[in-house]
Design a protein. Sequence first.
Length: 79
Amino acid sequence: MSTLTIRNLDPSVKQALRQRAAARGVSMEQEARDVLARTLAKPVKRKIDIEAVLALGIKPAQPFDLKKFSDDMWDESLR
């Protein structure tokens, strides 16, 4: 088993953890372990913004010079 110290925890978060632990009849440490275990056991589901994906394929309204664009970016990075 490992030990984890959490510094600068917002007092309202600590109070909520204390209340949740008391409601379940467990220690704050046990409640924190259970919350972390439940949260991290779930796979992260990211919602895909289809509009943003489709917008990537839209042609620009005005043609542009890609060489000039990349040269300008290069020059800007050298400043």
